[in-house]
Design a protein around this ligand. Structure first.
Ligand code: NAD
Ligand code: MG
Length: 397
């Protein structure tokens, strides 16, 4: 049987490495055609030595030059590309059926869009692309025949609980609402005093999942769940009133679909991203993922809470951006990216993240987002404004 050709955008990240782990378990099923990273030359080189892709792209041109030298010295047959063009090129390769969109942040938008326009099965982890430009991605997928397969564990769970033959980008029949579960992050029970003293080291400790830094901070502010509410509305074409969030600290139920007849369908599993990744890689079939099997008796209890939206203001801000429409979700995303990076750089406090986002949203709540160009403008304006606010109030809360 012919192997399925794969491109991984962001192969050196947490999702990228988990994807390669699954592919490594099934060398008879998948062939890695292209890999990419921002600037991690050592790791991308190692991945090239093992998986021998036809192409390797590095977003950062100097890193691409260093990788090229190492690939040539090693005598590998991998062509090295660089910049955004390199990423878009490997997203469109003829020999590729599935593109894993695992770049973090808005930096993943253009290459994800290229994969969609080329009609690929796009295994989408890069939630920020959907938050910025979900409507555009969904409509381009309809035109090209691309299929968006959700990797994010909650959306993958929802997808698995959808009616037979359902594909994303359409409103599912008979669904009353979606229930997204949230672990609550490391500060679920923290008081205001603790929240005002959070350091990047504290915020980068997630109780259940091991992930990249940006998403880990998003989990700590609950903005990750806010982004996921938007992601769910775009992928499943539902309104914000139809998507609810509940806190479920054990991260065993990954999300639920409530149907109009009163049935609730849920997907459960150990918190291991190889499960949703394998589901998307094997789709519409199934394969082993290597994840530890779930033992419900070992877990004993599953608990649920209502999120505290006064303590975690990022979640209601995401709902607000959704209701504002237009480019508000792109503005929310861009200001969050800047605020999180500034917090990680120790340029501002953790508790200032929602304040920055709120202020930027207030300024740019009604920018148009009907074209890619307009979305990119909204992203840029929001970033500049967020940066200005960070610089203006370094240590204020
Ligand atoms: P990460 O930081 O571990 O990896 C990010 C990858 O993107 C790396 O390969 C990096 O080289 C690449 N990259 C970063 N900046 C880039 C740029 N400017 N241009 C090109 N490439 C760039 O992130 P991650 O945790 O793997 O998350 C990736 C995406 O998946 C995010 O959107 C995240 O929200 C989503 N996601 C992650 C998880 C998880 O378990 N890690 C779960 C659900 C969703
Ligand atoms: Mg998630």
């Amino acid at each position: 049987m012919k192997k399925c050709g794969i491109t991984i955008l962001g192969s050196t990240g947490s999702i990228g490495q988990n994807t390669l782990n699954v592919i490594g378990q099934h060398p008879d099923k998948f062939e890695v055609m292209a890999l990419s990273a921002y600037s991690s030359v050592d790791l991308l080189f190692e991945q090239c030595c093992y998986f021998k892709p036809a192409f390797a792209a590095m977003a950062e041109p100097n890193a691409a030059l260093r990788l090229k030298t190492r690939i040539e010295t090693q005598g590998l047959d991998t062509q090295v590309l660089s910049g955004e063009e390199g990423l878009c090129f490997i997203a469109e390769l003829e020999s590729v059926t599935k593109v894993v969109a695992a770049i973090v942040g808005s930096a993943g938008l253009l290459s994800t869009l290229s994969a969609v326009e080329a009609g690929k099965q796009v295994l989408i982890a890069n939630k920020e692309a959907l938050v910025m430009a979900g409507d555009l991605l969904v409509s381009r997928a309809k035109e090209s025949g691309a299929i968006l397969l959700p990797v994010d564990s909650e959306h993958n769970a929802l997808f698995q609980c959808m009616p037979d033959a359902y594909i994303t980008g359409r409103r599912p029949d008979g669904v009353r609402r979606l229930i997204l579960t949230a672990s609550g992050g490391p500060f679920l029970h923290a008081n205001d005093q603790t929240l005002s003293e959070v350091t990047p080291e504290m915020a980068c400790q997630h109780p259940n999942w091991k992930m990249g830094k940006k998403i880990t901070v998003d989990c700590a502010t609950l903005m990750n769940k806010g982004l996921e509410v938007i992601e769910a509305c775009k992928l499943f074409q539902l309104s914000s009133e139809e998507v609810e969030v509940i806190v479920h600290p054990q991260s065993i139920i990954h999300s639920l679909v409530e149907y109009v007849d009163g049935s609730f369908l849920a997907q459960l599993g150990t918190p291991d991203m190889r499960i949703p990744i394998t589901h998307c890689l094997a789709w519409p079939s199934r394969l082993p993922s290597g994840a530890k099997r779930l033992s419900l008796t070992e877990i004993g209890q599953l608990t649920f809470l209502t999120p505290d939206t006064e303590k975690f203001r990022c979640l209601p801000l995401a709902y607000e951006a959704l209701s504002l429409g237009n480019a508000a979700t792109a503005v929310l995303n861009a200001s969050n990216e800047v605020a999180v990076q500034s917090f990680l750089n120790k340029e501002m406090r953790f508790s200032r993240i929602p304040t920055i986002i709120e202020e930027v949203l207030q300024k740019f709540f009604d920018l148009s987002a009907s074209t890619l160009q307009e979305i990119l403008v909204a992203d840029k304006l929001a970033r500049e404004q967020a940066l200005k606010l960070v610089q203006a109030g370094c240590y204020s809360v």
